[in-house]
Design a protein around this ligand. Structure first.
Ligand code: BGC
Length: 434
């Protein structure tokens, strides 16, 4: 069947991160990473989408597409440019943006930390340094207090596993180290930071009289599968990789249980620290070594990631078993520079979710606009809306129109499928000789 209906009450919208869309010459870890020459096309987050200036226009476009929800981020380096010194105009800006979205009937979900640190925090050892935990919590308190009763849903930290492994194990992201011990230390510290932020946000909002608080962290989840299921080495490595990359961390952040190799430094944390399950899902990893492999002869995105729609359900189900709670897909999307298969990609992932038994309440597509894709810079396009960077002109893509129509129809009808999906095909990474 090509058609399907969204689950009862399920809401659709988009996700974004401050560093990737806002622009501005800020002193943070990604500006520094660009200065060090690590962005493949040489572009910097200083340009991005200029969203900090164009926010009203962008939010009106979200309304025009009928989005019901939006995951938005706060740039810590903008709000607290020097340690302990808050820029009240920047704080007010985020509150205004949340108010505008709410006025449009779009519910905001606010991410407090999405990969980027102010340089003063980075230089002080970032999360690895236990003395910095209260510093992070002070920023959390500042923002949650400012949003007050307007915003009731928060993501404390985006993808702690990606932040820790890319930055401290693979050396691909700031601070660029390749050190397993440090990676584990940072992962453990992020788990504690999330738990403390979770408690703090609940306490602050309780004091405001709010009873509708929902807090979680965005869990980057992949399917891990052995390249050759009959090969015992591949099978063992698959389990090890899954545990080290996501299994152990999910437990620590969701329920405060710190399995090996994580450690909690005397922190007594058993409990429940997610009011909803937040899953960021993109792909499947094929395992034959301690690396992020991709099998051959499968559909792939323009970044070479395998397209594996059923995986979104496997990942959500795993977390649901660990911590039964409403499920929000807080990110799912694809690099498709020509926008030639994004409609099919969205359709297949949404269908898998809607046909599952799971209580999926939200789907946030990554991303609204093409944006600064970390080390890929402006070269990788994930948006429903195209951005012409030199002029900052926005043009709704075919996939943006598809998403709008799916929201309006409450699912994929035969007419929508015919118009947007039927003719779209994926590229396959066919193995060529040698
Ligand atoms: C991140 C986003 C990123 C997206 C696509 C996620 O891991 O949270 O910031 O742009 O993947 O790579």
């Amino acid at each position: 069947m090509n058609t399907f209906r969204l689950k009862e009450g399920m809401l659709l919208g988009t996700a974004s991160a401050a560093t990737q869309i806002e622009g501005g010459a800020l002193d943070h870890s990604w500006m520094d990473w660009w200065r060090q020459g690590h962005i493949v096309d040489g572009t910097s987050p200083e340009r991005a989408n200029d969203h900090y200036r164009l926010w009203q226009q962008d939010d009106a476009l979200m309304r025009d597409l009928g989005l019901q929800i939006a995951r938005i981020g706060v740039e810590w380096a903008r709000v607290e440019p020097q340690q302990g010194v808050f820029d009240e105009d920047a704080v007010a800006h985020y509150v205004q943006e949340a108010e505008l979205l709410i006025g449009y009937g779009i519910r905001p979900l606010v991410t407090l930390h999405h990969f980027t640190n102010p340089m003063w925090f980075e230089k002080a050892g970032a999360f690895e340094n236990p003395a910095n935990l209260p510093v992070f919590l002070r920023f959390v308190e500042k923002m949650v207090t400012a949003f007050g009763t307007r915003v009731h849903e928060y993501i404390t930290i985006n993808e702690p596993n990606v932040y820790a492994t890319n930055g401290y194990f693979f050396g691909l992201w700031p601070p660029g180290d390749r050190n397993l011990k440090r990676t584990v230390r940072v992962m453990s510290a992020l788990a504690v930071a999330h738990i403390e932020a979770y408690r703090l946000i609940h306490a602050l909002r309780e004091a405001m009289g709010a009873t509708d608080t929902r807090v979680s962290f965005a869990n980057h989840m992949r399917v891990f599968a052995p390249r050759n299921p009959r090969n015992p080495v591949h099978r063992i490595l698959t389990r090890v990789m899954e545990h080290l990359f996501q299994g152990a961390l999910s437990k620590a952040l969701c329920v405060g249980v710190f399995p090996w190799p994580l450690h909690r430094r005397g922190h007594h944390a058993r409990g429940r620290y997610c009011d909803f399950i937040a899953v960021n899902y993109y792909t499947r990893t094929t395992v034959d070594s301690l690396n992020d492999g991709v099998r051959e002869n499968v559909p792939v995105t323009d970044l070479g990631w395998e397209i594996y729609p059923e995986g979104i359900v496997d990942c959500a189900r795993k977390l649901y078993r660990l911590c039964p709670a409403p499920i929000y897909i807080t990110e799912n999307g694809t690099c498709d520079n020509a926008d030639s298969f994004r409609c099919r990609y969205i359709c297949e992932h949404l269908r898998a979710l809607c046909e599952s038994e799971l209580p999926v309440e939200r789907y946030y597509h990554w991303c609204f606009l093409d944006n600064f894709e970390w080390t890929a810079g402006e070269s990788a396009r994930f948006g429903l809306v195209e951005v012409d960077y030199p002029t900052q002109r926005r043009t709704v893509k075919q996939s943006g129109a598809f998403f709008r129509d799916v929201i309006a129809a409450g699912g994929v009808t035969e007419a929508i499928f015919e118009r947007y999906v039927r003719d779209q095909v994926y590229r396959t990474n066919v193995k060529t000789g040698g």
